[in-house]
Structure formats: C-alpha cells, structure tokens
Write a protein that binds this ligand. Structure first.
Ligand code: FES
Length: 107
C-alpha cells in the first residue's frame, strides 16, 4: 500500500487540453489525470456507480466528468456525485507541478 507519496504523472507539455491520462498505481488503484485550461485534476478512474472506467467518459462545462456507461456525473474538483445513478463521491487526489512535471499525491 502506498501512503502519502507524490507520484509523477508526466511532463506538463505532454498534456493537451481535456486529454485524459490513466496511471496504474497498483493492482487496486488507477488514477486519471486531466488538464482543463491551466489546471490539473486527478481522480480515481472508477465510477462509484458500477466501477466502470471514468476515462471513457466526457468532460462537461470544464469541471464535470460524465460516465459513459449510465450517465452519472461527478465534480472533478471535489469528487461529488452530481447525477444519478451515482450517489457516492469518487476519490480525488491532490496535484502539484514541479520542474515542469505533474505529480499526484496518493494517500
Ligand atoms: S458505471 Fe458509471 S454510471 Fe454506471
């Protein structure tokens, strides 16, 4: 189990707008990193409704991801479920930029 570590997610210049990058942390955890405008978001790549990958979904209004499978929506900043059939938030992770690289904090 990884606790409180910063994991490198790639160089900033390789992130394009609205492009999603999935990083496998271990057997139980995949994190999706996405750049929107000049901000980076990192969320667990698992819908809280039926555990399908949120990386298949689409971004709406610059801060919401919609699950491709049954239409649940989540806020990328706080993980809150915004639309049925999901009622449980998704896990989110802090991000930081250092020396041109993006890092995600796994706690
Ligand atoms: S798996 Fe995402 S809405 Fe059902």
């Amino acid at each position: 189990m990884i606790n409180n570590q910063w994991i490198e997610a790639g160089t900033i210049e390789n992130f394009k707008e609205n492009n999603k990058k999935v990083i496998r942390i271990n057997d139980e955890l995949e994190v999706m990193v996405i750049k929107i405008k000049d901000s980076f978001f990192a969320i667990e790549n698992k819908c809280s409704h039926d555990e399908k990958p949120l990386s298949d979904g689409k971004i709406i209004d610059g801060e919401i991801i919609e699950c491709k499978y049954h239409g649940a929506r989540f806020n990328l900043q706080n993980g809150k479920a915004l639309k049925m059939p999901a009622v449980t938030p998704i896990n989110i992770f802090k991000t930081k930029i250092e020396n041109g690289k993006i890092y995600i904090q796994i706690d």
